[in-house]
Design a protein around this ligand. Structure first.
Ligand code: XMP
Length: 514
């Protein structure tokens, strides 16, 4: 695809993916590379612009991540952020020091009138600072265009050479007008036209898939999650019945989820493909009987999935391609992209099997961020309900039922969760909370209902906000909403007499309970 592109060079900063996302929000395609990328490779890609990210090091120390000076002499516009800004100054003859005080959090800032990246925005504003080191001397040819109380050089520019250095983080939403600054860089300075749009992505990818697949056969494991659903939609548009989707209902899905997936992708749905639903509930429940240890449960669910999938694959016979719903953060986090990589190795990332007889893997969403996957899904006509589905773990309700999994417990947690989701949506909170669900604690306690003594389960409600799922804060849900959920669950779900709301952040907790 001949796409105008900006590259982000990653120096280990925690916001590297955010930078790339902001660029794409400006309709400019963007990829993340480690600072170890060879300059020849950059020249070959000939990006319209380069952004250097933050990072935890001191740029003047010998073994810190660095880049050769030539990067700034390619004639390609460069924007350095935080560490990237310091590195640019350091390499071009300025000076970076480690002062006695750092600057963290929201900070008052003043932008000079001639600051190219600060065009059309108030001169006095708020930015997000997160640094210890700072620039103490500007490199020759640059001018100072922003300052704060503790940081006299908060942004510098060399307009003639198209080099820009910003000490704070425009990619973080706390920086007022931050996205505008990125826009001013990529659309203004770099001259990108803004051709990265989901309608053209879908169109181009459909063409690419057709070329690649020819008249071959493709097999996809459809989980009902956002990624595999959008992958199915794309593939179906490209190759129709050459695609077979196998949907394994392990009986650990949310309430009615299996039927919802079938309604969209099954024979009466809107897509042209071969759809195979395997109802494997009983098989799973019998494998899980008596098992209480979380990792063991995960393992059984994973292995059973492979077995069921394998049986179906055998019936289909050899295929040419195995499709996967891998998305860009999976690629970056598994260490293939940027530097602050290898964040999580758990969770079935990149994890389908080599037991199926296929020649090649096909990953049509490999370059997309989650929000882009959703946009592509809407573009393909996949219902909003499915497209905006929350993250749901592969082992499903199996890890939201503490202790042994039984059909009865699955029913309880499905019903409680459905009520919770319904009330959250009614309160208009469904798109603003990162992830929320009900879990079944293994605790039973005494209660009283009517004139009867009860001895029933406690349901735990969880709701968290998170940027990257590595850390999370419990979400502030209005008390009235929680009360409504509690009373509906207790009245409507047999077997429950208590409801808790989990306030724990991550760390020390995890998002799921097991
Ligand atoms: P934790 O519980 O690790 O969850 O804080 C972080 C995110 O990962 C999801 N999660 C999983 N996803 N297989 C998955 O595919 C798993 O075993 C698994 N465990 C947790 C969880 O839902 C959250 O979004």
């Amino acid at each position: 695809m001949d796409q105008e592109k900006v590259i982000v060079i990653d120096f280990g900063g925690q916001y590297n993916q955010l930078v790339a996302r902001r660029v794409r929000e400006c309709n400019v395609y963007c990829e993340i590379y480690s600072y170890k990328i060879d300059i020849e490779q950059i020249k070959e890609m000939n990006p319209k612009g380069i952004i250097l990210t933050g990072g935890p090091n001191s740029c003047y120390q010998e073994d810190s991540p660095s880049y050769q000076k030539e990067l700034f002499e390619l004639g390609i516009p460069v924007l350095g952020l935080c560490y990237g800004a310091q590195l640019m100054m350091h390499k071009l003859g300025g000076k970076v020091i480690t002062p006695e005080v750092g600057e963290y959090g929201k900070t008052q800032i003043h932008y000079a009138e001639n600051g190219v990246l600060f065009k059309d925005m108030p001169q006095d504003s708020i930015c997000w600072m997160s640094h210890f080191d700072r620039i103490s001397e500007i490199a020759p040819g640059f001018e100072n265009v922003a300052w704060t109380a503790d940081c006299p050089i908060a942004a510098t520019q060399n307009v003639e050479k198209n080099l820009y250095a910003i000490q704070f983080h425009p990619e973080v939403l706390h920086t007022v007008n931050g996205t505008q600054m990125i826009y001013n860089f990529v659309r203004g300075v770099c001259g990108c036209q803004g051709t990265w749009r989901m309608d053209s992505f879908v169109e181009n990818t459909v063409k690419e898939i057709r070329e690649k697949v020819g008249d071959g056969k493709v097999l996809l494991a459809l989980s009902g999650g956002v990624d595999s659903s959008v992958a199915a939609g794309l593939l179906s548009r490209a190759i129709g019945k050459q695609l077979t989707c196998v949907f394994v209902d392990h009986g650990l899905l949310r309430k009615d989820e299996g039927d919802e997936v079938e309604a969209v992708f099954g024979p009466n749905g809107q897509f042209d493909l071969n759809f195979i639903r395997v109802n494997a509930q009983e098989r799973y429940y019998s494998q899980l009987a008596g098992v209480t240890e979380p990792e063991r449960k995960r393992k059984i669910i994973g292995e059973e999935f492979i077995r069921v999938f394998e049986e179906e694959a055998k019936k289909i016979g050899a295929v040419d391609f195995l499709a996967q719903g891998t998305i860009y953060p999976d690629v970056v986090e598994s260490g293939l992209g940027g530097e602050s990589a290898v964040i999580k190795s758990h969770h079935n990332v990149g994890g389908l099997p080599d037991f199926v007889d296929f020649k090649e893997i096909i990953e049509p969403l490999r370059n997309l961020f989650k929000d882009e996957v959703r946009k592509a899904g809407l573009e393909l006509g996949i219902p909003e309900k499915l497209v905006f589905r929350q993250p749901f773990p592969g082992p499903g309700l199996g890890i939201r039922i503490i202790g042994e999994v039984t059909a009865e417990k699955v029913r309880i947690v499905q019903d409680a969760d459905a009520i919770y989701r319904e009330e959250i949506a009614k309160a208009g909170l469904d798109r603003s909370i990162g992830q929320y669900f009900a879990a079944l604690t293994n605790m039973r306690s005494v209660g009283v209902m009517g004139d009867e003594r009860t001895y029933d389960y406690a349901v735990a409600l969880r709701a968290v906000n998170t940027v990257d799922f590595m850390t999370a804060e419990s979400a502030e849900i209005p008390f009235e909403v929680l009360q409504t959920v509690m009373s509906r669950i207790i009245n409507e779900v047999k077997g429950v007499n208590r409801v808790f709301y989990d306030l724990t952040s991550k760390p020390p907790g995890t998002i799921e309970f097991e």
